[in-house]
Design a protein around this ligand. Sequence first.
Ligand code: UDP
Length: 236
Amino acid sequence: MAKFKRILLKLSGESLMGEQGYGIDVKRLNEYAAQIKEVAEMGVQIGIVIGGGNIFRGLTGAGKGFDRVKGDQMGMMATVINSLALSSALGAAGVANKVLTAIRMEPVGEFYTKWKAIEAMENGQVVIMAAGTGSPYFTTDTGSSLRGIEIEADVMLKGTRVDGIYTADPEKDPTATKFDDITYDEVISRGLKVMDITATAMCKQNNLPIYVFNMDVVGNLRKVMEGEEIGTFVHP
Ligand code: UDP
């Protein structure tokens, strides 16, 4: 039995780069698709939000002279590219799926509504919700909090390249220690960089628990669904 019935899975665009440092690494993409397939076969309803940091981030663009709103729109388009790539990989793996977009752009994907997402998940399709919130000045972390709350997910699974939340960045500070669980307030008050404050606050206000884990290790998504404690649980 899976631990959760309906999940919102947040995938990082940056992780999609894999070893190559830019764009989409097909090996990583196919590994993600295989992990999602395993969990879909457990009967779990899956909604996915994927980032765009492997292609473009509005804030970085603004630092180089891009208009911030246009830069954020470019970032949202980047999430659409990644969503289509994941949809294609899932399709090739035999996983029925559908792309919904927060910005109207048929025939690339249908325009998102909560009810379309839930109907598709109840019909056994994995739903990929592209273009973040559709608005600038937000991130896909906030987009996934929002979608997770809207689709009434039991949990938001935040797939990262580290195995949970640490007292400091473990890639920079070797003395950093990992939390098995932590409250939303502590994440915010300690300034932990796991998600932005807006996303964390939205989850807190709407009681959506978050589980942070390393999605780049094949098999980890299934382990989380089987209740193995391999990451960090964020709760009230
Ligand atoms: N973005 C946005 N509104 C949203 C979601 C994303 O403007 O609701 C833009 C923003 O510029 C962001 C970029 O899309 O930097 C890519 O998303 P993000 O940085 O969250 O990707 P990740 O870090 O997960 O790869």
